[in-house]
Write a protein that binds this ligand. Structure first.
Ligand code: CTP
Length: 406
């Protein structure tokens, strides 16, 4: 954490007094801590306390410092290497979910481009209100890291989850993040994502239901871990990721070209794309017209090259990760694919299970290794799975210290 610029946001909940310990612990670890608090938070804990502990000015009012205000929120957001809001009330969570910027803290957070951590703290029933749960879901999908909340007695008299996680846990999460950023530093990674589209004519194609979410989450997790990351993506509705080289492709053959040409200088390849196994033998230059009434249209399909199998045959030092999307006999088919394609790690998922597979924000997967090891992960957000996958890849690459962390 030494000299890391960490922004600490404090919002108005009873747990605000615990922000003092968060700030103090971060400072002891050597972080350069800058506090932004809401006016409500300043009712619970004096800005002077946080100023003394952080040894930096505390920012509360958007317009309090006329000489600085017009650049303040941008400057803080630009310089932050990570931000943590502790406690994060239901209100700031809702504002972040919709992008409201009506005070200094929400404005800074809207301009933030580095990772954001939230430690929610609120009444148990506020936490479980569908509106709060929907907001948290949206934020998780945008890769915001949630810490807690914990369960236990609450100041309002209820008992249940909603309490802010304890400061040591919050700080540990940030520490783990900064350590994780070094995990794949200096490594080159390539991810394929989305489904390929194989044109039949100028307006039609053969495709599949892949949304690209799993692959995009993996590219993000690799980038977070410090790898120089390339994302070769079939057509999806997802936005390109910042700090990841985006290579759009449409067909399996285009994907193959882009992957093979980068393979020799790549250390890690993750083939999350749903590649079409076949393409139309003929691509009609004009729109195929409807046949006569009741007449059957026959399409001739020819096989596409299996990109992963090709990589498996030619790999030297690379760590190769494949996916198996199955609808039956998951582990049997997945093990077969792992051996057939000579991969170092295979991610198997049964796409028919609720909460798993194409289009879903969550997934249920197993990691399979050629030495017979298997890790079954419970249902969780794709980004969480992606981060665990990155840790396993670091182990395969022999990165020191990962095993202890897992
Ligand atoms: N794959 C690939 N090139 C292909 C087909 C698949 O690189 N032409 C890769 C996928 O990106 C994935 C893995 O191989 O990492 C498994 O894909 P999947 O479609 O599950 O397997 P297939 O080998 O196509 O087998 P099947 O469709 O019969 O299940």
């Amino acid at each position: 954490m030494k000299d890391k610029f960490v922004l600490v946001g404090v919002t108005g909940g009873i747990a605000a007094y615990k922000a003092a310990e968060v700030v103090s612990r971060l400072r002891k670890l050597g972080a350069d801590v800058h506090v932004v608090m809401t006016k409500e938070a300043a009712q619970f804990i004096a800005p002077l306390t946080l100023q003394s502990l952080s040894a930096n000015p505390v920012h509360v009012e958007m317009f309090a410092e006329p000489k600085l205000w017009n650049v303040e929120h941008i400057a803080l957001a630009e310089r932050a290497e990570a931000a943590v809001v502790a406690p994060a009330t239901a209100n700031i969570i809702a504002k972040l979910a919709v992008g409201l910027a009506d005070d200094l803290l929400s404005t800074v957070l809207l301009a933030l481009r580095s990772p954001l951590f939230l430690a929610p703290a609120m009444n148990h029933w506020m936490y479980h209100h569908p509106a709060t749960q929907e907001n948290l879901k949206r934020l998780r999908e945008r890769s915001v890291h949630l810490i807690g909340p914990a369960a236990g007695f609450q100041a309002c008299g209820t008992d249940g989850d909603g309490r802010m996680s304890e400061p040591p846990e919050i700080v540990e999460e940030l520490e783990r993040f900064f350590r994780g950023r070094q995990l794949l530093k200096g490594k080159k990674a390539l991810v394929t994502a989305g489904g390929t589209q194989e044109p039949l004519d100028p307006v039609r194609y053969i495709g599949n239901r892949s949304s690209g979410r799993m692959g995009y989450a993996i590219a993000q997790a690799l980038q977070e871990a410090g790898a120089e990351t390339v994302l070769v993506s079939g057509p999806t509705s997802l936005e390109p990721l910042s700090q990841v080289e985006h290579v759009p492709v449409m067909t399996a053959l285009q994907m193959r070209d882009q992957v093979l040409k980068r393979f020799p200088e790549t250390d890690i390849v993750i083939k999350a794309a749903a590649v079409a196994d076949y393409r139309p033998a003929v691509q009609s230059e004009q729109k195929i017209k409807k046949q006569g009434e009741g007449e059957i249209l026959h399409l001739e399909l020819i096989p596409n090259p299996d990109i992963l199998a090709e990589l498996g045959r030619s790999k030297t030092r690379q760590v190769l990760v494949g996916f198996a999307a199955e609808t039956e006999e998951l582990i049997k088919h997945a093990q077969d694919k792992m051996l057939r394609k000579n991969v170092d790690l295979l991610v198997a998922n049964d796409v028919t299970r609720p909460g798993a597979g194409f289009g879903s924000p969550t997934n249920i997967v197993s990691f399979l290794f050629p030495d017979g090891r298997r890790i079954d992960l419970p249902q969780q957000d794709k980004i969480e799975i992606a981060r665990k996958l990155v840790q396993e890849i670091a182990v395969l690459l022999g990165v020191k210290g990962v095993k202890e962390e897992i």
